[in-house]
Design a protein around this ligand. Structure first.
Ligand code: GLU
Length: 294
């Protein structure tokens, strides 16, 4: 397994030159473009990793997977009156679609959808900031996960498009809390910093049906995987399904998390992104991994 991961790193890592590190959140641009990690956690609990696997990076939209899991657990089906379950076919932060569809986001993994999910959780758990951190620490099995203050500040300073999305949601009656409060909490979750190894571990609940972890009921896992498969890589979800074939979730920090039910979870990280906002080398690494492991 170690040999396999090392070989994948040798082949996938150089492809990072084809991408570009996200700089619309200025603090993300300071991350060295040549970082690379690939971590795999098998169903038996064994872990295998190569590269910068213990280096924490900004999980960004991978947080949407975990906030959705929290919302499904704490809120239940009424969440789906406020957000859809269809692929968007649009950029992750598109405002146009939200306007034409009168404030109902297509799915919980685009920014508008995640902002609604955040709002719904805030109504039940106003201390979302600390519950999210606690949940991620429990899932990762370590106290290490923490918020990156610089990334949070940087996104708060530059996040006008997300604030605009929140105000459109509010105008259509699909946001209960103050848009400034909701986006602040949304930026907070996006600024969580974790390593590839910790993320692969944190996703275990999506792989094993008998998981007895902190918060996720077994019957939510197949539904979360269905949404990951259809919407987890934005308007590249079809391409990712074709190439990698596993349910996944990406973030503009360059991480991609995938699950093979009953067998393994894996997280690849490389900061440079393609024009859709997904990591070039992480996609390639997961394509090679899935081809080998199934
Ligand atoms: N915090 C980022 C944003 O709202 C998340 C986007 C992403 O990771 O895809 O723009």
């Amino acid at each position: 397994m170690q040999q396999l991961l090392d070989d994948i790193a040798v082949r996938a890592r150089p492809l990072a030159v084809e991408g570009k590190v996200a700089d619309y959140i200025p603090a993300l641009a300071r991350v060295p473009a040549d970082r690379f990690a690939l971590a795999v956690r098998m169903a038996d609990g064994s872990e295998h990793a190569t590269g910068d696997t213990d280096m924490a990076f900004s999980i960004q939209s991978i947080s949407k997977l975990f906030t959705l899991a929290m919302a499904m657990e704490w809120i239940g089906d009424e969440l789906w009156e406020r957000v859809g379950r269809e692929p968007s076919g649009m950029r992750f932060n598109s405002l146009i679609q939200l306007e034409t569809e009168r404030g109902i986001p297509r799915n919980p993994f685009i920014n508008a959808g995640a902002i609604v999910v955040t709002d719904a959780i805030l109504a039940r758990r106003p201390m979302l900031e600390s519950s999210f951190r606690t949940t991620m620490r429990l899932l990762a099995g370590t106290e290490r996960p923490q918020y990156d203050e610089e990334v949070h500040r940087s996104e708060t300073e530059t996040g006008d498009l997300n604030r605009a999305i929140a105000y459109v949601l509010k105008a259509y009656g699909n946001l209960r809390e103050d848009p400034m409060v909701v986006t602040r909490a949304y930026f907070r979750a996006c600024s969580m910093a974790m390593s590839a190894r910790e993320l692969a571990r944190a996703a275990t609940f999506l792989m094993t049906p008998d998981h007895d972890g902190p918060f996720v009921r077994g019957d939510h896992a197949p539904r979360l995987r269905a949404l990951m498969r259809l919407c987890g890589l934005y308007d590249q979800s079809g391409e990712f399904a074709y190439r990698v074939g596993l349910p996944g979730k990406s973030g503009v920090g360059g991480g991609i998390l995938v699950v093979q039910p009953g067998r393994y979870t894996a997280c690849a990280w490389s900061p440079p992104l393609d024009r859709f906002g997904n990591s070039v080398a992480a996609t390639a690494a997961l394509e090679l991994l899935a081809a080998e492991l199934g």
